[in-house]
Write a protein of this length. Structure first.
Length: 159
């Protein structure tokens, strides 16, 4: 790879469990906390999306919400949270529900209004954008054998 900026998409595609809501989740989340911790450190805003019937997840983030959108998607509640020590601790130290899967359907980490990292589908899909070679190598080392990683450069070439 040459010096530049890259986008990375990671998906857990093996050893999945099926939850009560019939949606898959990872059988092993050992990758998730190191990744979310690293990118939380660089963020200034956190967006969390929950399905409207996910009471546990909604109740976890509602006390921290500075803004709630319940109208742009009738099936979801979207929360914006400021990055505070309490929010960070809750996300890193207590990320699971009782199944145990990541409690929130999606987490988007923003810096200056731009999303640069996301964890979606209960942590099954992760993406990072505008990252350098050091971050690409960190992400490559973070994947487990049940994950697929795709990296491409700013011109759209696979790396």
């Amino acid at each position: 790879m040459d010096m530049g900026k890259y986008s990375v998409f990671i998906v857990v595609n093996e050893r999945l469990r099926i939850g009560r809501n019939e949606l898959p989740y990872a059988s092993d989340y050992s990758f998730w906390i190191p990744l979310i911790s690293r990118y939380l450190a660089a963020s200034d805003t956190i967006r969390i999306d929950c399905w409207i019937d996910e009471e546990y997840a909604i109740n976890r983030v509602l006390p921290y919400a500075r803004q709630v959108d319940q109208e742009s998607n009738p099936y979801m509640k979207i929360f914006w949270l400021d990055k505070t020590p309490e929010v960070i601790d809750d996300i890193i130290l207590n990320p699971f529900d009782d199944e145990p899967k990541i409690a929130w359907f999606s987490i988007f980490l923003e810096k200056d209004g731009v999303v640069f990292f996301s964890s979606s589908h209960y942590g099954l899909e992760l993406s990072a954008s505008d990252v350098d070679e050091v971050e690409v190598e960190f992400l490559r080392k973070s994947v487990t054998p049940d994950m697929y990683i795709h990296v491409w450069d700013s011109a759209g070439r696979n790396c």
